[in-house]
Design a binder for this molecule. Structure first.
Ligand SMILES: Cc1cc2nc3c(=O)[nH]c(=O)nc-3n(C[C@H](O)[C@H](O)[C@H](O)COP(=O)(O)OP(=O)(O)OC[C@H]3O[C@@H](n4cnc5c(N)ncnc54)[C@H](O)[C@@H]3O)c2cc1C
Length: 460
C-alpha cells in the first residue's frame, strides 16, 4: 500500500497530526528477549510495560502494515472500564470473587490509560466524560432495570451506574425517544489512532525496536518469521486479534467479526445545543446489534455498529462507501438523534475485531513453547488491552502480582467449529438478534424466544 493510503483508512487516520511514514522493515535475523507480533494496543502496551518494568530487556515488535493499522486505529474511541463476557462470570457465585477483582482492575484501567497518555505526552483527546446507556424502547428500559438490579446485587453503587433523572438526561443528551438512561463515569472518549501512533513513538523512546511492513508468516517455537528475516526470542507474543485466523494453525482460535463506523461533518453550535454531550459522554442505546458513539474534539459525531462475520473467517479492512451496513449504522444514529437528518456523513470505515468461542478475553504464556497471547476482546478492547498487557508483562517476567493473578491470566479458548457450522451459527445468532431488535422497536415488547436464544449464545 502506498504511504499516503494509510490516511484513508478511517476518519481517525486522516486526522492524525503527522504523516504516516512506515518505519523500516525487518531485513535480517535477530535475537531478542521478547518478540511481539502486531502493533495495535495489545502489542504496544505489552512492549511499553515490559520495558517500563525491565529497561534492559530486548523487545521488538513486528507489524504487517503500520502501527495502529488494525482495530486500534479505527475504533469508536470508547476507553471503557467494562469487559466483554465479565457479566457472566460475575453472575456465577463461584467465579464472582475473582471476577470482581478483574472488574475493579478494569475501572482503574480507564485512569491508567489517561495517566500514561499524560506522562508520555500522547495527545489522544482523552476525556473521561462517562458512558450514557440509553433506552429507546420499553424492552430496552427493562434491560437497563435488570442490569441495574444485577450491579446493585454485586454491591456496586452510584459510583458505578446510576439512574439519570429526566432533567439530567435532558441536560446530557437530548434524545427525543429516550425512555430512561443509566450513567457510568467509567469511560473516556479518545481519538484512537492518536493513542496508537503515540504509543508507538513512546515505546521507541523506551528502546523497543518497531519493524513495520514486516508481516509474520508463521510463529514457530521461539521464532517469528517474516519475508525479510526472523526474530528469535525467549517468548513470542501473538497480538494480532482480528487477524489471528490468517496465521497458520489459528483458523479456529478466534473469529473476526467486523464493526463499521461513520463520522458526520462538524456540527454547528446550534445543533450541539440541541444534542448536548457537553462532557463528551460516550453514548449507546441497548439494542442487541450494538451501537456506540462519541462527540469528537472537532465537533462531529463518530458512531458505529457491529457488522458481519464472513465465511471462512475472511477478513475485510476496507469497505466501499455504498456497503449497506453503513446505511444501517446511519439509520441507528438517526433513531437516537433525528435532528441529524440533514447532516452530511463524511467518513465511512470499518475493521475486524476478534471473538473467542467462550466470549471471554484471555491472556496466557506457554513457557514450554516460548509463546504468549492476549486478546479476544469482542470489540471492547480499548481499555482492556492495557490491563491485558500489564497482565502479560507480569506473566512473562514471572512477577507475582495482583495483575498476574487476575482470572483471565492463563486461560485458553475452546476452538470454534469448522465451516460451514461456524458461519451458519454466527449468522443465525445475528439474524435472531436483528429480528428481536426490529420486533421490539415495532411492538415495544420483547420476543421471548428470540431474546433467550440470543442471550444464550451471546454471553453478555
Ligand atoms: C470499527 C471498530 C470499532 C471499535 N470500537 C471500540 C470501542 O469504541 N471501544 C472498545 O473498547 N473497543 C472497540 N473496538 C475494539 C478494539 O478496537 C480492539 O479490541 C483493540 O483495538 C484490539 O487491539 P489489538 O492490538 O489486540 O488488535 P489490532 O488493533 O487489530 O492490532 C493487530 C495488529 O496486528 C497486525 N497484524 C496482523 N497480522 C499480522 C502479522 N501476520 N504479522 C504482523 N502483524 C500483523 C495488524 O496490522 C494490526 O496492526 C472496535 C473495533 C473496531 C474494528
Amino acid at each position: 500500500m502506498p504511504t499516503e493510503d494509510y490516511r484513508t483508512i478511517s476518519f481517525w487516520h486522516e486526522t492524525l497530526p503527522d504523516p504516516i511514514e512506515p518505519r523500516a522493515p525487518l531485513e535480517r535475523d535477530e535475537q531478542v528477549d521478547v518478540a511481539i507480533v502486531g502493533a495495535g494496543y495489545t502489542g504496544l502496551w505489552t512492549a511499553y510495560y515490559l520495558k517500563t518494568l525491565q529497561p534492559d530487556l530486548r523487545v521488538a515488535v513486528l507489524e504487517a502494515q503500520v502501527a495502529g493499522y488494525g482495530a486500534s486505529g479505527r475504533n469508536g474511541g470508547w476507553c471503557e472500564g467494562f469487559l466483554a463476557g465479565l457479566d457472566g462470570q460475575l453472575a456465577d457465585t463461584r467465579e464472582r470473587p475473582q471476577a470482581l477483582a478483574l472488574q475493579r482492575a478494569m475501572f482503574d484501567t480507564v485512569d491508567e490509560v489517561g495517566r500514561v497518555a499524560a506522562r508520555e505526552g500522547i495527545e489522544c483527546h482523552y476525556k473521561k466524560g462517562g458512558y450514557l446507556r440509553l433506552a429507546t424502547s420499553g424492552p430496552q428500559l427493562a434491560d437497563l432495570e435488570e442490569s441495574m438490579r444485577f450491579y446493585r446485587e454485586l454491591g456496586f453503587g452510584d459510583d458505578v451506574w446510576r439512574w439519570l433523572e429526566r432533567e439530567e438526561i435532558a441536560r446530557r443528551a437530548r434524545v427525543p425517544g429516550c425512555r430512561g438512561a443509566l450513567y457510568s463515569p467509567h469511560c473516556a472518549a479518545i481519538h484512537p489512532a492518536r493513542l496508537a501512533r503515540g504509543l508507538a513513538a513512546a515505546v521507541e523512546r523506551k528502546g523497543v525496536a518497531l519493524y513495520e511492513r514486516s508481516p509474520v508468516l508463521r510463529i514457530e517455537a521461539r521464532r517469528a518469521v517474516t519475508p525479510g528475516g526472523a526474530l528469535r526470542a525467549d517468548v513470542v507474543v501473538r497480538a494480532v486479534e482480528g487477524y489471528t485466523p490468517r496465521l497458520p494453525g489459528e483458523k479456529r482460535t478466534l473469529i473476526p467479526l467486523h464493526s463499521q463506523m461513520i463520522a458526520t461533518e462538524p456540527l454547528s453550535e446550534a445543533l450541539w445545543k440541541e444534542i448536548g454531550l457537553e462532557e463528551r459522554e460516550t453514548f449507546a442505546d441497548s439494542r442487541r446489534t450494538v451501537t456506540y458513539g462519541q462527540r469528537t474534539v472537532d465537533g462531529r459525531i463518530a458512531f458505529g455498529g457491529r457488522g458481519l462475520y464472513y465465511y471462512g473467517s475472511a477478513i475485510r479492512d476496507r469497505f466501499p462507501a455504498d456497503d449497506p451496513l453503513f446505511r444501517r449504522v446511519h439509520e441507528s444514529l438517526l433513531s437516537i438523534f433525528p435532528v441529524l437528518a440533514d447532516v452530511r456523513i463524511t467518513h465511512r470505515w470499518g475493521g475486524p475485531l476478534a471473538v473467542p468461542r467462550n466470549w471471554r478475553p484471555g491472556v496466557g504464556v506457554d513457557r514450554g513453547r516460548g509463546f504468549a497471547w492476549a486478546g479476544g476482546y469482542v470489540g471492547e478492547g480499548v481499555g482492556a488491552t492495557n490491563l491485558a498487557a500489564r497482565t502479560l508483562a507480569d506473566l512473562i517476567l514471572e512477577r507475582d502480582t495482583e495483575c498476574a493473578r487476575l482470572p483471565w491470566a492463563g486461560t485458553s479458548w475452546p476452538r470454534w467449529e469448522p465451516e460451514p457450522l461456524r458461519w451458519l451459527g454466527v449468522k443465525g445468532v445475528r439474524t435472531v438478534g436483528e429480528s428481536a431488535d426490529a420486533f421490539e422497536f415495532r411492538h415495544d415488547r420483547t420476543p421471548r424466544v428470540r431474546a433467550a436464544i440470543f442471550d444464550f449464545f451471546v454471553r453478555k
